[in-house]
Design a protein around this ligand. Structure first.
Ligand code: ARG
Length: 459
């Protein structure tokens, strides 16, 4: 601790408690690869611009590669007492190379260093999460293809409303996921600008080449303003926003699966490998995975609020508050990955109980709209048809019947527009088959959207 890198100005050692409080290596240590990647680009540029000698540059690069290999292999452990990953790597380099190592930080600050590290790290995470979400969407499309004829009730207000198919329902989530993928990509695109070379806040007097470091690290371009370069955390907020929305989708789906697993619905049964039992109630099979996903959504939303609140009062440029960005965005990233990774195989192995879905659709008068439409197609204004159907539903409820089992005489007592063909018109299969408007649940219409989704997913 006596050797704090910034020790020159200080006459006392930093308080041990403050040091521990200040230190971020416990959580930013995971960026060591990206930190070294950034430093190699920086050292290359320093050498090429003649800010340090070519020889020193090469020595530093070799030294950094050695540190990377040693951390990767476990030979070198991160020092928990180091202030952060940047200080740790630099100190280790200097330990290995002596004075040459001390030249690496020329024309750089930890402020632009941490900003570049975090962008590089999150860029990789976006790719990983994107691929995982894609796999989930592909799985759902596959399932949808098997269930274009699986009739189930569609709900509004959680009341049976109109008939749909499981494929139609699953595809609704595919479109949400496709938008999530687009949002991730979009966040990645805007994130991909290079802050390196911004220095502490006001650039540098050295003749650096920011284009070179930006190119070496695969960024689109250097960030045009050094103050913005070090103080921007929009990319964390944007990514977290995209992750919150993704979690919202998983959480809604989870809530449905939780209901579908209940004895009241019994539309699906989870594979034993993806459910848990109770310590006391032997009959229980609990959908813990989906409940945890629903629960973790609150946590990711919390991360988003942490980031937004952290930033809202900060003057330009860097403030230490910003060190808090990492735990929040890492927590969001980690939990999203855990959720998607578990959700996909859980869905793929879930058993669909078609007959229960169909039975639920056969009750609850979900063909009442179709009954009204039957009259409309015979010339009656919709409002009148709606009223007559409502009366018929009330009669059914009173007699313990459904529209399918109500005698034709009761229909005809309301209007002679009703003939025997009404039963065909209100049969579940007709109701679904005829809903072939674009985006509708008929097998024909759903197959069209499946084709569109397959195209979007490149499958
Ligand atoms: N550990 C710091 C962070 O995560 C690195 C930047 C420190 N800069 C500073 N001026 N203290 O934000």
């Amino acid at each position: 601790m006596a050797d704090m890198m910034w020790a020159g100005r200080f006459s006392k050692q930093v308080d041990a408690g403050v040091n521990a409080f200040n230190s971020s290596i416990a959580f930013d240590g995971r960026m060591y690869r990206h930190d070294i990647q950034g430093s190699i680009a920086h050292a290359t540029m320093l050498g090429d611009c003649g800010i340090i000698t070519k020889e020193d540059s090469l020595t530093i690069i070799e030294g950094l590669k050695g540190i990377l290999a040693d951390i990767d292999s476990g030979k070198l452990e991160l020092d928990p007492n180091a202030e952060d990953i940047h200080m740790f790597v630099e100190a280790e380099l200097t330990k290995r190379l002596g004075d040459v190592g001390k030249r690496l930080h020329t024309s750089r600050s930890r402020n632009d260093q941490v900003a570049v590290d975090l962008r590089l790290y999150l860029r990789d995470q976006i790719t990983e999460i994107y691929d995982m979400v894609k796999e989930l969407a592909v799985t759902l499309v596959k399932m949808a293809k098997e269930h274009t004829e699986t009739i189930m009730p569609g709900y509004t207000h959680l009341q049976r409303a109109q008939p749909i198919t499981l494929a139609h329902h699953l595809m609704a989530y595919v479109w949400m996921l496709l938008r999530d993928m687009e949002r991730l990509q979009d966040a990645g695109k805007r994130m991909n600008y290079c802050p390196l070379g911004s220095g502490a806040l006001a650039g540098t007097t050295y003749k650096t080449n920011r284009q070179q470091t930006s190119d070496l690290l695969g960024f689109t371009a250097p960030m045009p303003n050094s103050l913005d370069g070090v103080s921007d955390r929009d990319y964390c907020v944007e990514l977290c926003c995209a992750l919150s929305l993704l979690m919202t989708h998983l959480s809604r789906f989870s809530e449905e699966i939780i209901m579908w697993c209940s004895w009241e619905f019994k539309f699906v049964e989870l594979d034993d490998a993806f459910a848990t039992g109770s310590s006391i109630m032997p009959q229980k099979k609990n959908p813990d995975v989906t409940e945890l996903i629903r629960g973790k959504t609150g946590r990711v939303n919390g991360d988003l609020v942490t980031l937004l609140t952290m930033m809202k009062g900060l003057p330009l440029a860097y403030n230490k508050d910003m060190q808090e960005d990492k735990e929040a965005i890492f927590d969001a990233v980690d939990n999203v990955k855990l959720c998607v990774k578990t959700f996909t195989p859980m869905l793929a192995t879930m058993r669909v109980i078609k007959e229960n879905m169909r039975n639920a659709a056969a009750k609850g008068f979900i063909n009442a709209t179709d009954c009204a439409d039957y009259l409309v197609k015979k010339g009656m204004p919709f409002r009148d048809a709606y009223k007559i159907t409502g009366t018929l539903v009330a009669q059914c409820i009173e007699k313990g019947l459904t529209l399918e089992t109500l005698p034709i005489a009761d229909y005809q007592a309301m209007t002679d527009l009703f003939t025997e063909d009404v039963y065909e018109a209100i049969s579940l299969d007709t109701c679904v088959r005829e809903r072939k408007s674009e985006g509708g649940p008929s097998p024909e219409a759903v197959k069209k959207q499946i084709a569109l989704a397959e195209k979007a997913l490149g499958i």
